[in-house]
Write a protein that binds this ligand. Structure first.
Ligand code: NDP
Length: 379
């Protein structure tokens, strides 16, 4: 089957390596726990209100530092682990990580009092607690997920690029290196703006169930590189020079457009939530619909579509589909398909939450004013 799928190179480990691959997430989780606890961080007030105390939650952030240290450890092989290990052990790590996150979720969910969801499977899937913090707030489970998931995403992509380079040498596909560079930039950017993430869906709406444990640690950390599983085994597509430049410049440019939309929209919302009267970038005046003591932003990016930020992710995922230069290969398109499906669902779900939060009437007013969900003029 692996042969047919074109990923037989991912099942070439010896028995001892396979066991080590299975245990890799456990070792990685422990190492990140130590790094996150030991490295200095800054305490910041968040956006989400603690349901028990009614106070704003506070977070200790040091993602950027953990990311940089982890990168140095990997690039210079300071742990003795070969650079291609993460990639070669991908399938075993996903299996081990899935078992591990299943157990972690059982502990995290069933150690909490029963909430509104009585069905035990649904409670395990969606979680009971909105947040878990330990060691006097020094360790926050959701922030840990994103530090591990984001950094491992970058390291897995880089590891695949290292494997590809060793395998193909002069015939290596530059698209593979651009892919790893794009994801590394994407995650780096996330950590630079780590505080902005405190104002997003996962922190506001999600509880700590398997969906978030597995999604944050294993899907984000290991499985977001699924296109690479199929594409790292292919050499340079060999375009003639005109098309080659178009492809090699066009795909990063498409990513850059997507990044500007997503980052711009996220920063505008963040600026608005912290300083409601401030013009975004000194240019875009906040226009709002008043909904009791809440305000719906409806200018700038948030006036173009109700989730224009998701369109940025769409462009980004399209650049990931095109970056390999093997346009007809289905592996190239897996991330794009996943992102489009996830954000189509997420937009509808967020719309529902917002209608409850801001009141159906005010949200309908926003929908009438900003007609499109994600793509201005189209959807
Ligand atoms: P948002 O940042 O859009 O957060 C949604 C929340 O923002 C809403 O619940 C609401 O919360 C508030 N909000 C929405 N519209 C308005 C408005 N018009 N005025 C005021 N407040 C509003 O979504 P996400 O958290 O899903 O995404 C954050 C970023 O992370 C995005 O760029 C996304 O693309 C990216 N992302 C990427 C993923 C990936 O896999 N590549 C996965 C997840 C996210 P409230 O009213 O309580 O403030």
């Amino acid at each position: 089957m692996f042969d047919w799928l074109g990923i037989d190179h991912l099942v070439e480990l010896t028995a001892a390596e396979a066991v080590l691959g299975f245990l890799t997430p456990l070792i990685v989780f422990a190492a990140f726990f130590v790094l996150q606890m030991v490295l200095p961080g800054r305490h910041v007030p968040g956006y989400v209100i603690n349901r028990e105390t009614g106070q704003l939650r506070s977070y200790r952030l040091n993602g950027l530092l953990v990311f940089v240290v982890a990168q140095l450890l990997w690039w210079f092989e300071l742990t003795g682990m070969p650079r291609d290990w993460f990639y070669r052990s991908s399938l075993y790590a996903v299996a081990g990580g899935t078992v591990l996150t299943t157990i972690m979720t059982i502990v995290a969910v069933f150690s909490q009092p029963e909430g509104e969801v009585e069905n035990r499977f649904l409670a395990w899937w969606f979680g009971r607690a909105q947040e878990l913090q330990f060691f006097n707030g020094r360790f926050d489970v959701k922030m840990y997920f994103y530090v591990v998931g984001g950094t491992m995403l970058s390291l897995n992509a880089l590891s695949g690029a290292a494997w590809h380079n060793d395998r193909f040498g002069d015939d290596a596909n530059p698209g593979v290196f651009i892919y790893a560079a794009i994801f590394t930039f994407y995650v780096f950017d996330y950590f630079v703006f780590e505080r902005v993430q405190l104002y997003t869906y996962d922190l506001i709406h999600e509880n700590l169930g398997f969906k978030l444990f597995w999604g944050g640690l294993i899907v984000y950390g290991w499985m977001f590189i699924i296109p690479l599983w199929g594409m790292a085994a292919h050499p340079d597509p060999g375009f003639t020079s005109g098309w080659r430049y178009f492809w090699l410049i066009g795909t990063p440019a498409l990513f850059a457009v997507g990044w500007c939309i997503s980052r711009g929209a996220n920063m505008q919302k963040y600026t608005f939530k912290r300083w409601p009267d401030r013009k975004f970038l000194g240019l875009i005046e906040p226009q709002v619909i008043e909904a009791g003591d809440r305000k719906i932003l409806c200018s700038g990016f948030w006036g173009a579509a109700r989730h224009f930020n998701y369109m940025g992710e769409g462009f980004f995922s399209l650049s990931i589909a095109l970056v390999w230069g093997h346009f007809g290969n289905l592996w190239s398109w897996t991330y794009f398909i996943f992102i489009v499906s996830m954000f189509t669902y997420r937009q509808m779900d967020d719309d529902k939450h917002c209608a409850e939060k801001y009141g159906a009437e005010k949200w309908a007013e926003y929908k009438a004013r900003v007609k499109y969900r994600i793509i201005p003029g189209i959807y």
